[in-house]
Design a protein around this ligand. Structure first.
Ligand SMILES: [Zn+2]
Length: 217
């Protein structure tokens, strides 16, 4: 995952969505690096850009973010952490290793997904059957998204992925990224959105009470 100049993305420092710009004088860096490698010109790339919100810099070496070390994904919602630390811990660790080990990130994401489904009362012999069940209970866009984890991950060829979810096995292109993307959507659906509604409901009930009307059922 790389952040590009001129693009809008989440800043790994301030976690705000904003545009990135060139760092003044960063061309000096690139020239020095090219002269150092001589014959192998073009073999290495070092790119710097600056967040237009917090002003901090982000450095990529060969398209891998080396500063700051960490993830550009949004932080785990506090609503998930409060309910189940196993889920939030696996998600956070998957995000941290995503750019270094897709296999590890995908395995952590699968285990995280399974724990979340167990949390929702869906507990079968394996993740494959659990996905089958949850698909009948989710809105169609989430149902399709969770099903795609199996397709992209080629579960049919790797039964270990659903039999022993946290096991490190071969990973398909895009599998880790997609699994984490889906986890973020499910966090919102299962933990964040219901909590937001609960707060709004409480506020509305206070207003109703003030006007002598009954609470929402
Ligand atoms: Zn920033």
């Amino acid at each position: 995952m790389t952040i590009e100049v001129g693009q809008t993305d989440i800043c790994p420092h301030c976690k705000t969505a904003n545009r990135f710009e060139y760092v003044k004088d960063s061309s000096g860096f690139t020239v020095n690096l090219n002269s150092l490698i001589g014959k192998n010109e073009g073999r290495y790339s070092l790119e710097l850009c600056r967040c237009t919100n917090c002003g901090d810099i982000i450095i990529h070496f060969n398209e891998r973010m080396i500063y700051p070390l960490g993830s550009t994904r949004p932080p785990c919602p506090k609503e998930v952490e409060i309910v189940n630390e196993n889920i939030s811990d696996d998600y956070k660790e998957a995000c941290l290793v995503e750019q270094y080990s897709k296999k590890a990130a995908a395995a952590l994401a699968r285990r995280c997904l399974q724990n979340m489904l167990h949390d929702q009362g869906i507990k079968k012999n394996d993740l494959n059957k659990e996905i089958d069940e949850v698909m009948t209970k989710l809105p169609s866009h989430l149902s399709a998204a969770i099903d795609a984890i199996r397709t992209i991950g080629n579960f049919a060829a790797h039964p270990i992925k659903y039999q022993n979810t946290g096991e490190i096995v071969e990973v398909e292109k895009g599998e880790a990224e997609w699994s984490l993307d889906v986890l973020e959507q499910l966090f919102d659906f299962y933990y964040v959105a219901p909590e937001k509604l609960k707060v709004k409901r409480g506020e509305l009930n206070k207003k109703l009470q003030a006007t002598g009307k009954p609470n929402l059922k």
